[in-house]
Design a protein around this ligand. Structure first.
Ligand code: MG
Length: 205
């Protein structure tokens, strides 16, 4: 088994007349976060942490702001792509930890709901998601929302019967590989295959 760590950061400016979405959750507030997509600062930080953990570039690599397809896009689309990259690399999430930094709205009263929502989007348990809130005291950034995220991954394990079979098989390695590939596919790992063209470094933002 091997483990990998990832780190992500993002910031967006508050803007009147825009819906506020954090962690994929609509939040009642007079201002939202400006951005080419829905401005979900938390999902952007998580997406970058996941991509970074498997050395797959960053969110701008896959979804450049210059591409009109992503205007107003739900950031859960970005997150899903990062999850596919993680699975394609052969890893799964052990846990994530996040910090949200903003003057308003107050995150603490909704932190539990936010944690449950993010856990559902990631397909992990609420107890595997940390949501922490800070105010930007001393930074002079009361109209900015920032998010930090760390993620820990571990290698996907083949189901026990497959592992036992590969350990005892008396056939050529190519045949074993073919059987294992078929069985792993039946355990729905391949459904997580890459759907987005891998990055073009000119798209780095
Ligand atoms: Mg962003």
């Amino acid at each position: 088994m091997s483990m990998r760590i990832g780190y992500g950061y993002d910031s967006h400016t508050f803007q009147a007349g825009v819906p506020l979405v954090i962690g994929g959750m609509p939040i009642d507030h007079p201002e939202g976060l400006a951005g080419h997509s829905d401005g979900d600062v938390l999902l952007h930080a998580i997406t970058d942490a996941l991509l970074g953990a498997v050395s797959a570039g960053d969110i701008g690599t896959f979804f450049p702001p210059s591409d009109p397809r992503w205007k107003g896009a739900a950031s859960s689309v970005f997150l899903q792509t990062a999850l596919e990259e993680v699975a394609t690399a052969g890893y799964k999430i052990l846990n994530i930890d996040t910090v949200l930094i903003m003057a308003k709205p107050k995150i603490v009263p909704i932190a539990g709901e936010l944690r449950d929502h993010v856990a559902e989007l990631l397909g992990i348990k609420p107890g595997e998601v940390g949501i922490k809130a800070k105010t930007p005291e001393g930074l002079g950034l009361d109209h900015v929302a920032q998010a930090h995220c760390t993620v820990l991954l571990e290698t996907l394990q083949a189901p026990e019967p497959i592992a036992a079979m590969t350990a005892t098989a008396e056939v050529g390695s190519e045949e074993v590989d073919a059987v294992v590939e078929g069985l792993v596919r039946s355990h729905d790992l391949s459904a997580l295959g890459r759907k987005v063209t891998p990055f073009d470094t000119e798209d780095l933002t």
